[in-house]
Design a protein around this ligand. Structure first.
Ligand SMILES: [Zn+2]
Length: 438
C-alpha cells in the first residue's frame, strides 16, 4: 500500500475508544479495566490486518498516560496525548517485530524497560507482528513478561496466533479482533463520504466496502483511490468500471444461454465481446461461479451473508427471476465450472486468446451434456423404479399376512420363505438367520 493512499485512514483514525468500530470485545474489556482499575501488564491483540489492533493499542497507551482523562477515554489534548498522536512520545514505543526479530533486539528492550516513564506514568511497548520474533527472542521476552516492572505495559499484536508460543500466550490477556462486515464498513464510509462532501450512492459504497475485505485500513485506502478514479463521484456505475465488475446482466445472459438451448449462440457472442473488450476472462469465470453460488444463497434466504457479491438492489429481482430454476441444475453447473476454473489455472495458459479458446471448448461441452439426461432426471427415474419394485413386492404378499401394527422385529419369516432361505444357504457358510429381519 503506498503512502499517498493513507490520507483518509490517518485522518479518520479513531482517537477515542468509543470511535472504534466493531471491536466491542476488546473495547469493552479495556474500558472496564479502567473502570475497575485493573490494568494488565501484557495484552495480546489477535486478528487480521487493518481492523484496529494498533489503533486501540495507541488509545490504550494514551489513556494510561493521559494527564486529564475523561472517564475511560484519554483527553487527546494534553502534552502526553499529543505526543503519542504524533508518534514522538518518549514513553510509548512502537516496535515492528518483523524487522527487530532477533534476540539482541529483545535484550535491548529488556534493558530499556528498567527505566521509569519520563513524562507519563507508564512505559508502553507495542510490538507489532510479534509472531515474527525468533525463538530466542521469544524466550528473552518471556523473562520480562514473567516479572514485568510495575510501570510497564506490553501490547503484542499479531495476525498469526498459532505462531505465538504457549508460554507467551499464558502471560498475556488475549483479545480477538474480527474482520468488519461489509454492511458495517459501508455505514462507516458513508459517514466519511458525508464529512468529505463526496457524491456517492449505496451501490458505490457497497463496492468500496466489499473491496476492503473486512479491513478498515484497506477499505479507506481503496476509497482514497476511488475518489481519485471517479473524481469524487462514488457511484455504482463508476465503481463497477473501476473494479472490472460487469454487473449481473452479463451473468444472467450467460446463465440463460446455458439453461435454454435456443439462446446458446448468445454465450459465444458474449465471450467474444468480452475478449475484444480486454476483459480478464479468468476473473469473469470466477465471478460467474460466485454469481451461481449467490443464486443458491438467495434461494435459501441467506443473501445477507458476507460472501454475497451482489449489491442489495439486485438481490430481490434475482430471487424472483430464478425462482423456477431447479437448484440441482445450478449446483451441477457451478461444480463443473469450478473444475474448469481450477484446471484453467493449473494449465497456466499463456494468453487471453488461449483462455478464450479453452472456455469456448468447455462451454460447448457443457451445452452438449445439457442435451443428455441430467443427473436430476436420472435420480427421479431411479426413485420411480424403486417405487415400482416395492409395489410389485407388496402385491406378491398374500393380503392376510399383512400385520402392519406389529413391530418389524417380531414378524417371523413365513414358513415357505424360511425353507427357501435354508435351502439357498445350506451349502454356504452364511448364517441364514441374519437375513430374517431384512
Ligand atoms: Zn490526555
Amino acid at each position: 500500500m503506498s503512502e499517498s493512499h493513507q490520507v483518509l485512514f490517518r485522518k479518520y483514525r479513531p482517537q477515542f475508544f468509543q470511535d472504534v468500530i466493531y471491536q466491542d470485545l476488546a473495547v469493552n474489556s479495556l474500558t472496564n479495566a479502567f473502570k475497575t482499575k485493573k490494568i494488565g501488564h501484557a495484552y495480546i491483540f489477535i486478528g487480521p490486518r487493518g481492523v484496529g489492533k494498533t489503533t486501540i493499542a495507541r488509545i490504550l497507551a494514551k489513556r494510561l498516560n493521559c494527564e486529564n482523562p475523561n472517564g475511560v477515554e484519554p483527553c487527546n489534548v494534553c502534552l502526553s496525548c499529543q505526543e503519542i498522536t504524533k508518534g514522538i512520545s518518549n514513553d510509548v514505543f512502537e516496535i515492528d517485530a518483523a524487522s527487530n526479530s532477533g534476540v539482541d533486539n529483545v535484550r535491548d528492550l529488556r534493558e530499556n524497560v528498567k527505566f521509569n516513564a519520563m513524562g507519563g506514568k507508564y512505559r508502553v511497548y507495542i510490538l507489532d507482528e510479534v509472531h515474527m520474533l525468533s525463538g530466542a527472542a521469544f524466550n528473552a521476552l518471556l523473562k520480562t513478561l514473567e516479572e514485568p516492572p510495575p510501570h510497564v505495559v506490553f501490547i503484542l499484536a499479531t495476525t498469526e496466533y498459532h505462531k505465538i508460543p504457549e508460554t507467551i500466550l499464558s502471560r498475556c490477556q488475549d483479545f480477538t479482533f474480527r474482520k468488519v462486515p461489509v454492511a458495517v464498513l459501508q455505514q462507516y464510509i458513508e459517514t466519511i463520504a458525508k464529512k468529505e462532501n463526496l457524491k456517492y450512492d449505496s451501490e458505490g459504497l457497497f463496492w468500496i466496502a466489499k473491496k476492503g475485505d473486512g479491513s478498515v485500513r484497506d477499505t479507506l485506502s481503496f476509497m482514497e483511490q476511488a475518489v481519485v478514479f471517479t473524481d469524487g463521484n462514488l457511484t455504482g456505475i463508476k465503481l463497477r468500471k473501476m473494479i472490472g465488475y460487469h454487473g449481473i446482466e452479463g451473468f444472467k445472459e450467460f446463465l440463460n444461454a446455458l439453461l435454454d438451448s435456443s439462446q446458446s449462440a448468445n454465450l459465444f457472442q458474449k465471450l467474444e465481446h468480452y475478449f475484444e473488450e480486454g476483459l480478464d476472462l479468468n476473473k469473469f469465470l470466477w465471478d460467474f461461479i460466485e454469481f451461481l453460488n449467490s443464486l443458491l444463497l438467495i434461494r435459501d434466504n441467506l443473501a445477507e451473508r458476507e460472501s454475497i457479491n451482489i449489491p442489495q438492489e439486485d438481490l430481490q429481482n434475482l430471487k424472483t427471476e430464478y425462482r423456477a430454476v431447479d437448484p440441482e441444475v445450478i449446483i451441477l453447473l457451478s461444480e463443473r465450472l469450478f473444475l474448469v476454473h481450477e484446471k484453467m489455472n493449473q494449465m497456466k495458459l499463456r494468453s487471453s486468446y488461449e483462455v478464450k479458446v479453452y472456455l469456448e471448448i468447455q462451454f460447448r461441452k457443457l451445452l452438449m451434456e445439457r442435451e443428455k439426461p441430467s443427473v436430476s432426471g436420472l435420480l427421479t427415474k431411479l426413485s420411480e423404479i424403486t417405487k415400482l419394485i416395492q409395489t410389485d413386492f407388496n402385491q406378491m404378499e398374500p393380503s392376510h399376512t399383512k400385520q402392519e401394527s406389529i413391530p418389524k422385529e417380531t414378524i417371523k419369516p413365513k414358513p415357505d420363505m424360511e425353507k427357501f432361505i435354508m435351502e439357498t444357504f445350506a451349502a454356504t457358510d452364511a448364517d441364514p438367520d441374519q437375513f430374517k429381519n431384512l
